[in-house]
Design a protein around this ligand. Structure first.
Ligand code: SF4
Ligand code: SF4
Ligand code: FES
Length: 327
């Protein structure tokens, strides 16, 4: 019989039982790892061979149910989809396995996802339509209309994007990337009748699309590669297209790129701040602006260069601009 090629590895694993432990701790488990082993194989074998009290969620083992999400060395991971050997390539052999959010741990890898689900449910993550219960023909949707939904339909609600999002970390009220991506998915569905209600919900300052800082962590974390930040950007555009964008600091910041590019063919950071936050905003940012200027990252307003292709860029901006926002 062919010998199975295994490698001895030590995994440092987060342990905590919220009912009995005062503080969490880490425990090391030594396992013989096969080249094809997934992180889920490691979790299974810790439970089956080392400690039956170890807890984690899993169900489908095929990247469908979204329940096995954990973090490995801080990286959002879907345990049944991510291979140990690939993680070793990134981090080396010292792997630390932790729950998605240590502050919400119920037991070991099992966290309380209540807030995640509450926010998800807030955006009506389902089709709202008047259904004819006895239709005479199929309700056909064209390929072009289906394509607008994009891959937003592939979300498995694993929460990897949500628990990697820095905005969620500092702002409990922020709906987060998963809820916003699914809001886009149903708003883009031609059969749906609730897109205005959803835009009303996601358009609020402090909780909605304008509180995304565009860091792309969610895109990095998503095991389905559905690009939540891309969907958030499409919701931004929907608020402009549907005349629902209010004139506030966030929408002015989104829109403010246009006048700067029209004028210089380049982005003038100072002008963008002035456009979105006014003179008080400019004064507030003077210390940071000074540091940026010292490092050559920005220039003084009177030294702002112009692109040599300015005429062409101005024409392109005019053709491409579809927003109805009043500046
Ligand atoms: S891009 Fe936006 S939604 Fe995505 S992780 Fe960053 S702040 Fe959160
Ligand atoms: S958008 Fe991606 S990362 Fe976020 S919950 Fe859905 S599948 Fe998971
Ligand atoms: S067990 Fe279902 S996604 Fe991993």
């Amino acid at each position: 019989m062919a010998k199975i090629d295994t490698k001895k590895m030590t995994f440092k694993v987060f342990r905590f039982n919220s009912e009995t432990d005062f503080l969490p701790y880490y425990k090391n488990y030594v396992l013989d790892v096969r080249p094809e082993d997934m992180v889920l194989d490691v979790l299974d074998r810790i439970k089956w061979e080392k400690d039956g009290t170890f807890s984690y969620r899993r169900s489908c083992r095929h990247g469908i149910c979204g329940s096995c999400a954990v973090k490995v060395n801080g990286k959002a991971t879907l345990a049944c989809k991510d291979r140990v050997s690939d993680l070793v390539e990134i981090f080396g052999e010292d792997l630390v396995i932790e729950p998605q959010d240590k502050g919400r741990t119920i037991k070991d890898m099992v966290i309380d996802k209540g807030t995640f689900w509450d926010k998800y449910n807030m955006v009506q993550p389902y089709l709202v339509a008047d259904i004819d219960e006895a239709p005479k023909a199929e309700n056909l949707v064209s390929i072009a209309e289906v394509e607008k939904i994009d891959e937003a339909d592939y979300c498995i609600q694993c929460g990897n994007c949500y628990y990697s999002c820095p905005s969620v970390n500092v702002n409990e009220g922020y709906l987060g990337p998963a809820a916003l991506a699914i809001a886009y998915r149903f708003n883009a569905d031609v059969r749906d009748n609730a897109s205005e209600e959803r835009l009303d919900i996601v358009n609020n300052l402090g909780t909605g699309i304008w509180d995304c800082v565009k860091c792309f962590e969610c895109a990095e974390a998503c095991p389905k590669e559905l690009d939540p930040i891309g969907k958030i950007t499409k919701l931004h555009l929907q608020t402009f297209d549907d005349d629902m964008a209010e004139n506030n600091v966030a929408t002015r910041h989104a829109y403010g790129f246009k006048p700067s590019i029209e004028k210089h063919g380049l982005l003038d950071e100072g002008e963008l701040v002035k456009y979105s936050e006014g003179i008080p905003g400019v004064l507030k940012h003077v210390p940071v602006a000074y540091k940026m200027w010292k490092k050559g990252k920005i220039v003084m307003p009177w030294k702002m260069p112009k692109s040599k292709n300015l005429d062409e860029i101005t024409k392109l901006v005019k053709i491409a601009s579809t927003t109805k926002f009043e500046d």
